[in-house]
Design a protein around this ligand. Structure first.
Ligand SMILES: *[C@@H]1O[C@H](CO)[C@@H](O)[C@H](O)[C@H]1NC(C)=O
Ligand SMILES: *[C@@H]1O[C@H](CO)[C@@H](O)[C@H](O)[C@H]1NC(C)=O
Length: 344
């Protein structure tokens, strides 16, 4: 039988070893590249030395995490304007009127898809397209919750901050029920103490179980908030502000988050903000603060503006802020690395 190895002269053996080595090196490179950039390898755990491979044209105010987040993206997403999308109507588009859920935005944020900023519908598709009567409907935001794209259960602190909570059931109840993360702490702010009332007694989970029946109903009535969860909730009757002012019962919320709660990038932090116009100075400060997009994982905010379509809701009071500026603010927050949605 012909044995190709025996027929090799020594010089050829060296050459073939060199070729094998080169092939192995190439294969390892391809494998490592594939694992890092073409799988769902969590962004936060990517080795930071890889920052060196990222484009130098990235906004220098961004931390290394944002820089790595963008390696895989559209090069246009390295520019601020790509986050501020202009609506173009191209004929047959299911997002004109057919879909309740929003269209994905062109640029990812924190490595994940997020909904396009739908200013034409005042960011409220369900109500605006008449799928629902309630202007506070949140159905459209459900596909875009960050904790449905990445698991945060390994984080020791999973914190939900509600600024401008209104009644207990308005948003605290909604997030507790609908958000796919098991919060370890909830801090809810509402200046009007008559509005925000934590239930005095927890829901009796144990007694609410029903025997299995033919109709599959396993509980006697719709569950509320059990005591163990109520114990994790703290309420504050204070104004959420960008400066402390005791006389006004105003609290510097940035200081509260960093110094009182000692929140850091290691924690999972969800912020919902509906504070009747005070969001403008706070969010503008957060955009100049390189720590905040690392501390806050996901942000829901009602940005108040003046626009003829919102006059019926007394939004003329928010003059001179325009709807266009509100969209720009949200787009800029995303560009800075905040996974930000309009609320509701
Ligand atoms: C389903 O079963 C529960 C518990 O037995 C009962 O109270 C309820 O009326 C039933 N519902 C229907 C629609 O049959
Ligand atoms: C609010 O707190 C932040 C963080 O501690 C601080 O940088 C900022 O200067 C404070 N704002 C005011 C108006 O004092």
């Amino acid at each position: 039988m012909f044995d190709p190895l025996k027929s090799l002269v020594p010089g050829r053996q060296v050459l073939s070893r060199t070729l094998i080595t080169i092939n192995l090196a190439l294969f390892s490179y391809i494998l490592i590249d594939f694992l890092l950039y073409h799988t769902d390898y969590p962004v936060k755990e990517r080795p930071s030395l890889l920052v060196a491979y990222s484009s130098p044209s990235v906004n220098p105010s961004l931390g290394s995490r944002q820089t790595t987040d963008r390696i895989n993206e559209n090069s246009e997403c390295l520019h601020r304007d790509a986050y501020y999308e202009i609506e173009e109507n191209h004929g047959e588009n299911p997002w004109n009127q057919m879909k309740w859920m929003g269209e994905p935005a062109r640029c990812k944020v924190k490595g994940h898809l997020i909904e396009k900023l739908d200013d034409i519908n005042n960011f409220r598709r369900g109500f605006s397209l008449r799928f629902v009567d309630g202007v506070e409907d949140r159905t459209h935001v459900l596909p875009w919750l960050l904790a449905s794209k990445e698991s945060f259960h390994q984080r020791k602190r999973r914190v939900y901050l509600d600024f401008g909570a209104n009644r207990f059931s308005t948003s605290v109840g909604w997030f507790l029920r609908m958000y796919p993360c098991d919060f370890t702490e909830v801090h809810a702010f509402e200046i009007n103490s008559k509005l925000l009332k934590k239930p005095e007694k927890g829901f009796p989970e144990k007694e609410n179980w029903a025997d299995a029946t033919a109709n599959s109903t396993r509980v006697k009535r719709m569950p509320g908030v059990p005591q163990w969860m109520l114990d994790r909730i703290t309420t504050y009757n204070k104004y959420v502000s960008d400066a402390d002012n005791e006389g006004n019962q105003a609290i510097n919320i940035t200081r509260f988050m960093k110094e009182d709660l000692k929140l850091s990038a290691q924690d999972f932090v969800l912020v919902k903000m509906d504070i009747e116009g005070s969001e403008w100075p706070i969010l503008n400060n957060w955009m100049d603060d390189p720590e905040m997009p690392h501390i806050i994982d996901e942000l829901f905010v009602e940005i108040h503006y003046s626009h003829p379509s919102m006059t019926a809701y007394n939004w003329d009071a928010f003059k001179p802020k325009s709807r266009d500026e509100a969209k720009r603010l949200l787009a800029d927050l995303r560009w800075k690395g905040f996974y930000a949605h309009f609320w509701p």
